[in-house]
Design a protein. Structure first.
Ligand SMILES: Nc1ncnc2c1ncn2[C@@H]1O[C@H](COP(=O)(O)OP(=O)(O)OP(=O)(O)O)[C@@H](O)[C@H]1O
Ligand SMILES: O=P(O)(O)OC[C@H]1O[C@H](OP(=O)(O)OP(=O)(O)O)[C@H](O)[C@@H]1O
Ligand SMILES: O=C(O)c1cccnc1
Length: 486
């Protein structure tokens, strides 16, 4: 490689650099700008999403510096003048970042991260931030849906071999853990993040001995805690009987923890396996299932009364198989004008849902005192005071006749201060605390929003001030466009 891979600052789309160059040449690079991240549609038909990716974003922003090799590469490949390259080289990150915290629930059409600062810098970080948040939020959400159907059963993450390359496996398994998995098969993720590691064995072990009994025996002679994979040849006629035989022979020298099944009709087979194990006296030995599982197959297996105690899930969680992109966007909502005043900006669309909501905002999670359940999210202008109000009028932003007045509530700000003018003020929490927070957050939603199939739409409402401001700006832009046409 000609240049050292020594920073993530060029992990950006070229158009961000071209815009930065324009801002710089035109003298507006240092104007204050506010960008917000949001997505328009909840993935997987889910009623909620789990926010993840902040730790990676924080690490990226902490190190945001153009290195000598970055500059040398730009000098060779772009027409940028030396003075602009010097500007980049001297750039230090001075933005203020507010964000949802990992493990919190987030919903469509609300800001989940906000970057405020010099226009050029805030523009540069769009691509990497979206790259990290889109993927990790997607996987954490898929994981939480799977957790929602398994109840308290142990859930093992097996996805590395199917992940979209190495970094996706690492950050993906971390996101799956946040969403409620108990462990990962990826040993490096265990080392990096402290995620508990777990694992059984593969068909290769049985194939190496060309015999279930010989393989299990060999495995049991050198491992104390054993889970045998019983479906290599014939689960009921060979795999389980061989496992039982070895367990009897080894007695107390092993802990016969489980058998794993990885093919076939898992409802039928698991019931028969349970029967065989129970009849042999191994009533505490668990049954692990894997094979292209996700929340839909698991829910179906549960309904069929499958005797499965532990779930191994890989491909479908790590690749977010049935909804491969979250679609979060990064939009300019406010910018400093030539007089130094902040002015709100809007992006129009013929589709009402796609019209952006102008202004720098805060999201308030409204929760009833009496039962701790979330009533909805209330998006207000950043400076609006919501926490101290006695009652709150909440209305659907597209269908205002859907409304309610809430009393006796807590209002919690979802966006927290992470960087204050470039200085990190938020301490990254421990990963297991993030996971616990996620489980509690999902619990704070009514079941109507957490069910995996056709959940109710969680209310995400705009304050009256924000709504009026949006309508005014739409009118203003339309009038301006009409005048230009004349
Ligand atoms: N009783 C069941 N109800 C619903 N889905 C099931 C049931 N049993 C298995 N499945 C799922 O059906 C799919 C079966 O896939 P597939 O046909 O590839 O399995 P297989 O042929 O038995 O295994 P393999 O190809 O890995 O040897 C998997 O996603 C599995 O999780
Ligand atoms: O099915 P997933 O949810 O992705 O879980 C991971 C899969 O990886 C292993 O299979 P392997 O890669 O050996 O291939 P196989 O599917 O042919 O068994 C394991 O036996 C699981 O089936
Ligand atoms: O430990 C296991 O059983 C495992 C690990 C990775 C992929 N499939 C299964």
């Amino acid at each position: 490689m000609k240049y050292a891979d020594d920073s993530l600052v060029l992990h950006t789309d070229f158009y961000e650099l071209n815009m930065m160059y324009t801002y710089w040449q035109q003298g507006i690079a240092e104007r204050n700008a506010v960008f917000e991240v949001y997505f328009r549609t909840l993935p997987f038909g889910s009623g909620f999403a789990v926010f993840a990716g902040l730790e990676h974003v924080v690490k990226y922003l902490q190190d945001l510096k153009f290195t000598d090799d970055d500059i040398a590469y730009l000098r060779e490949t772009t027409p940028y003048p030396e003075a602009f390259l010097t500007y980049l080289k001297d750039m230090a990150f001075t933005c203020t970042v507010r964000s949802a915290v990992e493990g919190d629930l987030v919903f469509n059409n609300e800001p989940i991260m906000q970057v405020e600062g010099p226009l050029a810098q805030a523009q540069l970080v769009e691509t990497a931030i979206l790259n990290m948040l889109n993927y990790q939020t997607l996987v954490a959400t898929k994981a939480a849906r799977i957790r929602a159907v398994v109840g308290d059963d142990p859930l093992m993450e097996f996805g590395t071999r199917r992940a979209q390359e190495t970094e996706a496996a690492i950050w993906g398994t971390r996101a799956a853990y946040i969403g409620g998995f108990n462990s990962t098969s990826n040993v490096r993720a265990g080392k990096l993040f402290g995620i508990p590691i777990s694992g059984t064995h593969a068909h290769a072990l049985v194939q190496a001995y060309r015999d279930d009994y010989q393989a299990f025996k060999a495995y049991a002679e050198v491992n104390h805690d054993v889970t045998f994979l019983v479906d290599t040849y014939d689960t009921l006629r060979s795999g389980v009987p061989a496992a039982i035989k070895v367990a009897r022979e080894m007695g107390d020298r092993i802990d016969f923890q489980a058998v794993r099944i990885d093919s076939g009709d898992m409802a039928y087979i698991s019931k028969r396996v349970r029967q065989q194990l129970d009849e042999a006296g191994f009533t505490d030995t668990k049954i692990v299932a894997s094979n292209d599982l996700d929340e839909n197959t698991i829910q179906s297996l549960k309904m069929q009364g499958a005797k499965i105690d532990v779930w191994g899930v890989g491909t479908k969680v790590i690749t977010a198989y049935d909804h491969p992109a979250l679609g979060a966007v990064y939009k300019l909502v406010s910018i400093e004008d030539e007089t130094g005043a902040m002015v709100d900006t809007i992006k129009l669309s013929s589709n009402a849902e796609k019209v952006s909501t102008p202004s720098k905002k805060q999201v308030w999670r409204i929760t009833r005192h009496s039962n701790g359940k979330s009533e909805g999210d209330y998006i207000a202008r950043a400076e609006e005071e919501v926490a101290g109000l006695d009652e709150l009028y909440m209305f659907h932003p597209s269908y205002p006749y859907i409304n309610k007045t809430v009393r006796d509530f807590d209002a919690r700000p979802v966006l927290r201060l992470i960087f204050d003018q470039g200085e990190q003020v938020y301490q990254l929490p421990n990963l297991s605390d993030i996971r616990e927070f996620c489980l509690r957050s999902v619990d704070s939603l009514w079941d109507e929003y957490t069910r995996v199939l056709n959940p109710q739409e969680y209310p995400v409402d705009l304050s009256q001030t924000l709504w009026d401001n949006k309508m005014d700006l739409i009118k203003h832009v339309k009038t301006k466009v009409a005048k230009q046409q004349l």
